[in-house]
Design a protein around this ligand. Sequence first.
Ligand SMILES: C[S@@+](CC[C@H](N)C(=O)[O-])C[C@H]1O[C@@H](n2cnc3c(N)ncnc32)[C@H](O)[C@@H]1O
Ligand code: SF4
Length: 367
Amino acid sequence: MTSLSSLYVHVPFCRHLCNYCDFYKKKFDNPHAQREEFAQYLRNSWKRHESIMADKKIQWAPLETLYFGGGTPSLWGIEGARDFQSIIGKNLTLKPNAEVTFEVDPGAWNSQSLLAWEGLGVNRFSVGTQALDDDFLKILDRAHNREETFKLLEHLKGKNFSVDFLLGSPVLSKKRDVLSELRELLSYSPKHVSLYILQPAAGYSLKKNIPDDEIVGSEYILVSEFLRSQGFHHYEVSNFALPGFESKHNLRYWHGENVAALGPTGTGYFSLSPSEAFRYKWKPSQAEIEEEILTKDEIDLERMYLRLRISAPFLESEISEKPGLKKVLLDWKSRGLIEQLNDAWRMKPESWVVLDSLMNELFSALK
Ligand SMILES: C[S@@+](CC[C@H](N)C(=O)[O-])C[C@H]1O[C@@H](n2cnc3c(N)ncnc32)[C@H](O)[C@@H]1O
Ligand code: SF4
């Protein structure tokens, strides 16, 4: 029996559908009916999930990480806390030091409901700030403004929280000053920053205003240097943390460890053996999954890809046993993209701007 101690729950509603977003969500315009529909979906998917686990010989262990993402978990409210507890929470236990994350939209929360979720074990919040300039929040089609963000950050001050920050915003007339926005954000002492780069789906109305890769790359390096100068560790391509505040939940994905998922489009991963893995994604229309079996080659390829996205040093044997690897790493070293530390290697943040082309170089060298 393999054990499972991480769970992601996707909460699929938002009060406004931001025009750049391609995550699965629905407009929350009939709260009572939508909460009930979601509760029914969770009831059905819990049963289905139990049968998948039995089939794969996997059993729950006390949870070490639990993550409520979306969509907008903070819209689920006190009623959501009650539904979660009665459908899923009652079947699981949390380890005493478990990390339990809850995403909050600055325009869609209230203190009583956050308290209800804290009562269920939530001890880490992820705030969808995106920008702190009202003009850019409008350009980004966000429904909240900077004052609402400050109100939420004031409420969270002293707690463990992360902020989402979006780069690559469309350029209209005004120039965005991301460092001054970040300075304001840091005055509330977040422990973690997730950096997103706008990649809107086809049909986005401001596509022609999106800055080119070179500009976005320089913005990314600027932000990385700034956050590092403020004591943050750039520990994954898109994530920064003060020491000890790295996202334990996301590190599990990046290390190819078991993470279960519930909720429409939630994606879970079970490592069944060194040569076989199982990935499943919940269909939005019904509590049923699409599934995929990964072969040893696919697992190796993913591990290589994920390993190069985190800053922890790696040994060559963790990437590949193939002879072409050393030559590629030495070449990256000569181009200032990677550091050599005795037997280990560590990616530099500068390399992550061109990660896709580095992956192509690596894959063709190891073919
Ligand atoms: C799916 S949202 C869920 C949390 C919350 N609803 C929010 O918007 O903050 C998680 C993150 O994904 C980002 N995101 C959504 N669509 C994106 C896109 N097309 N390109 C880059 N980031 C995106 C959001 O800005 C947000 O920071
Ligand atoms: S609030 Fe978040 S999940 Fe909802 S539409 Fe906007 S970016 Fe997407």
